[in-house]
Design a protein. Structure first.
Length: 324
């Protein structure tokens, strides 16, 4: 690598002023055991608290190893990860959350395992310390997502991973506006593996509200798969088949003179049922059309408002101060 950097660590930060300093201390200590050529990139995702101030202080203490990116507003965790990947310069790039639920000391496990011939190594959370409700929702989410994307997904695998520069460059080349990091890494392929890591309960409360989680889940479902459209087609064929069979049954009864007076209730129920089905199908199609509209507009997934340290590698137009 021209930069000479062996490992880059990318961590998105949002409302975590309480644990960023500890994250920096432990991450730098862990990386020092592996190589002297490393960088820690903290991406402030438009955090309303003092997270950026803490990042600035960490950069002042160690400007050679600690870098900071501040997005112009809150663009979401995975867009913040995308900004960090574009700015990274290492031959190996680690992505980890900033809330210390994944241990910086486990970076060594990922790195050494990757050196055995793997280009992607994921951290598999052994004995998750989340609440039963959160674990249950996570399993349900990944089960539904796996069904819709027709792929096998492991709910114990999150963002914590290490990728070779070839993988990172491949992910950076993708033009998806909605960027879900684990899916992008899975899609580009390359030889991958997973190792067990220690999981701790996240510092503080989750910054994802129920509304944001639902919105994020819908975005992922619509971005990663067209199976909902295919399911609606199957539903339409199934209902049409039932309608044909019902029509044949009515004709046979009419030929036998067994047809009585048609009730208004059955007619209204049928109309409501079919109308509801049509509206449901149109709604799904409308959601996909909306996503196409957002992609066609060609807006960047994020804007970088401020950079601390090093030479960032964003694509043209993504740095706010360079915009016309």
């Amino acid at each position: 690598m021209k930069s000479g950097i062996e490992i880059s660590v990318v961590s998105p930060v949002f409302r975590r002023e309480d644990c960023v300093a500890e994250l920096v201390r432990r991450t730098l200590a862990a990386l020092c055991e592996l190589t002297s050529q490393f960088e820690l990139i903290l991406v402030d995702d438009g955090s309303p608290d003092a997270s950026w101030t803490v990042i600035q202080e960490a950069h002042k203490r160690d400007p050679h190893h600690v870098r900071g990116l501040r997005l112009s507003r809150n663009f979401g965790q995975h867009n913040a990860i995308a900004a960090g990947l574009l700015a990274s310069r290492g031959e190996w790039v680690v992505v980890m959350d900033c809330d210390l639920q994944d241990q910086p000391e486990d970076i060594a496990k990922l790195y050494h395992h990757a050196k055995n011939g793997f280009e992607v190594v994921h951290g598999r959370r052994k004995d998750r310390q989340d609440s039963p409700i959160k674990r249950g929702l996570s399993r349900a989410f990944f089960r539904v997502l796996g069904y819709l994307t027709e792929s096998k997904l492991d709910p114990s695998v999150g963002n914590f991973s290490i990728c070779h520069r070839r993988v990172v460059d491949a992910v950076n080349s993708l033009q998806d506006r909605i960027r879900w990091y684990p899916d992008l890494v899975r899609w580009v392929g390359f030889r991958s593996a997973a190792v067990d890591i220690t999981h701790r309960r996240a510092s503080g409360h989750s910054t994802y509200s129920l509304r944001r989680l639902v919105h994020f889940a819908v975005d992922i479902f619509l971005t990663c798969s067209d199976k909902p459209l295919r399911l609606t087609v199957k539903a339409g064929v199934f209902i049409s088949t039932l309608s044909v069979l019902g029509g044949v049954y009515v004709v046979i009864r009419a030929m036998r003179g067994e047809v009585g007076i048609v009730g208004w209730s059955s007619l209204i129920v049928s109309i409501w049922f079919l109308a509801g089905l049509i509206i449901f199908v149109l709604g799904i199609v409308g959601l996909y059309v909306g996503k196409i509209f957002n992609e066609v507009r060609g807006r960047p997934a994020f804007l970088v408002g401020e950079v601390l340290g090093g030479e960032s590698r964003p694509t043209p137009g993504l740095v706010a101060e360079n915009l016309p």
